[in-house]
Design a protein around this ligand. Structure first.
Ligand code: AMP
Length: 286
């Protein structure tokens, strides 16, 4: 596996791939690779001639007081995982290269970034949208792969690719879970035994609300209450949000009722467990 650190070299390589008519799939990550990342890589491997994985803990998507400094960076293990998964190029961007002296160009989305994680992590999606735009302009992939675990991020990326006429197909991949339903995340490694056990409540909350919808419940308030019953705050869990929203726009349901017209409803939760912030979601067709 080839490893490149600077944007110029990656630009040159991507030009070479293009000249040779080789399709490129990009999997953007922050490293500490787990089975969720590997599932994205496997999708890219199945659909593209060359697979590029970027590993960059993007400082601009962390708010002050978040875990930027302590975020895991096991580079050697990540490179080995990439090697084993048939990745062709690992792009380990450096902050000084992506955000050089004098940097001042940001990508901002309006409505999609206001609710949910946008509300709880000010500036987060500005950082995400900006770095994803940079990675897409450097790698110029035919396809880029994102996990539905970060559902709002998926919508943000799809929207910015459309709005900026970026010639990349955005591919969304199902969430990979632990046997008890906990969504895989690089942050799970930081959970203590007690918090790890409590972490399964996020998925249980989503399942409970899904069951309620399937049982005919259409009151948003009741669905939220149903999720909150699984997520009662205590020593081990602080709830950021539990919400039901339109899965395409993230808009709230104005009259407090789910529509019943083949719409898709996003059930999304975020909680902090002993200082570790976890998110999860599912989409339910109504
Ligand atoms: P991260 O390194 O956490 O920024 O994630 C990089 C990419 O992997 C993002 O597109 C995530 O949505 C995706 N991802 C993270 N966890 C999972 C998971 N459990 N299942 C599927 N994709 C995931």
């Amino acid at each position: 596996v080839k490893v490149e650190k600077d944007c110029r070299s990656v630009l040159r390589l991507s030009e070479r791939y293009r000249a040779a008519s080789l399709s490129v799939g990009l999997v953007p990550t922050m490293g500490a690779l787990h089975a969720g990342h590997l599932s994205l890589i496997a999708c890219a491997r199945g659909e593209c001639d060359r697979v590029v994985v970027s590993i960059f803990v993007n400082p601009t998507q962390f708010s002050p007081g978040e875990d930027l400094a302590s975020y895991p960076r096991p580079l050697e293990a990540d490179l080995e995982a990439c090697r084993r998964s048939g990745v062709d190029l690992v792009f380990c961007g450096a902050a000084a290269d992506l955000y050089p002296e004098g940097f001042q160009t940001w990508v901002n989305l309006e409505d999609l970034t206001k609710p949910l994680c946008g509300e709880h992590r000010p500036g987060h999606f500005r950082g995400v949208a900006t770095v994803v735009t940079q990675l897409l302009s450097v790698v110029k992939p035919q396809r880029a792969y994102f996990g539905k675990k970060d559902y709002q991020q998926c919508l943000v990326v799809e929207r910015l690719v459309r709005d900026l006429h970026i010639d990349t197909e955005v591919r969304l991949v199902e969430t990979v879970r632990e046997p008890d339903g906990l969504a895989m995340s690089s942050r799970n490694a930081f959970l203590g035994a007690k918090e790890r056990q409590a972490a399964a409540r996020l998925y249980r909350a989503l399942m409970a609300a899904r069951d309620a919808i399937e049982g005919g419940e259409d009151s948003v308030e009741k669905l939220v209450a149903c999720m909150r019953r699984e997520l009662v705050p205590g020593d081990d869990l602080h709830l950021d949000y539990a919400e039901a929203r339109d899965a395409e726009t993230l808009a709230a349901f104005a009259d407090g009722r789910l529509p019943r017209r083949g719409n898709h409803v996003l059930l999304a939760v975020a909680a902090r467990l002993g200082g570790v912030r976890l998110i999860d979601n599912i989409v339910v067709k109504v």
